[in-house]
Design a protein. Sequence first.
Length: 466
Amino acid sequence: MSASTQSIIVIGAGIAGITAARELQLRGKQVLILEADGEIGGRLGKTRKLKAQTDEEVPIDLGGFWLHGPGPGYYNRSGAFAIDENPLYTLSRELGIDFMIGGQDPPVIFGKSGETNEDIRREAEDTCLRIFSYIKEVYIPKLQHSKIDVLSMSLADGWNYALENLEPLNPMFRDPKSLHSNYLNYYKSYWQNLDNTQMEDISLQNFTMGIVHDGPDIIAKPAGFKTIIDRLASGLNIKLNNIVVRIIYGQNGVRVDTISDSFYGIACIVTVPLGILKKGDIRFQPELPLYKTLSISRLGFGLMNKLVMIFDKVFWEKDTISLGFARESENTFNWIGNVYPFTGKPILIAFFVGNFAKSISTKTDEQVVEIAIKTLRIRYGDAVTWPISYMVTHWEKEPFCLGSYSYLKVGSMPSDFESLGRSMHPLYFAGEHCSPDYVGFAHGAYLSGLNAAKELHCRLNSISKL
């Protein structure tokens, strides 16, 4: 096999692929991006316009949404401190992008009858953090001392053990029907949202991975992440509707086969989602080494869907970003985001993950709205009206996504993320699943694309000097 051009081929026009291509092009390389979808951006680029009361169309991010805290910040579960600001915030400022800024106040959480109790909320939040500390400092060392395979156990195992054995503990937290327990379920669901799956699937040993940045959540003007994506992609050579089915790679370069064409290059950066790698839609020739295929198999690829609703007016606490609902089960709409502080529009976004998201996938969008309306009426009663417009995401059914983002599944290890990101010239990899410190975050995907491009550039320069 010989390369007929000097192009570098990037597979996938999500933020990792676009970042890699942009960086290489800035360094004087010829780059071609092949994107399976009919639009760029991957999940982050999925912005749709919904009608408001005045027939005005409001752009809504369906994939990502908030750019989490400009930073610097810390990661609550592990206490790891990040001295740098969110790199996407830094980049966006360099690109001249403006932001809508929200707050970062604690959530308002409503009980079974719609009441609030700040004392119980604070106690539940503290208890949640104490449970995680107990798991790390007591339960896991106890298992290791007993020679029990911690890697085969889930975070749910640790949560249940800690809830039963942690002392001192208000006994009301052990009563599943109590308001205390319901409030604790809210915080349990919050942590499940971060990993876009339920605790039964999350690795007990490695559940503290990742770093988040401090500061208020922000949204890029005027269309969220799509604004950033479009600015980054300006001037890049992107071919849409090109579904890659095979990558042949060797010492002389790469051949990338799509359904209808073939492309040759000196190297290739693969940035497709982990869900696509898991399904095996792209054949590698020769096959990927065992360390990569094992990591692909071990890691989890979760599901977080959204219900976006635009109402005729605000009937909720307009300045509070997080509206929480304390329920007997965490598998329901526990967390609804208020977009009004960012946009000035009466918009709510309900998030649902894991088993709850999978159960909802069998329902019609109207039925999903009905569930959310029923939840909202716990607090707001008859003030809750049917939304003017709404949209439900179904990332598990999107053929070029097959889910949302990666997480450390039972049996997986942090080194699996490093294995996925490891290059094997002329083949390179990028995406949030290749970013051990920022798994599941947009800036993780961005940094991985940047790193892959820099590594490839250095490799090509060193080869040219031989």
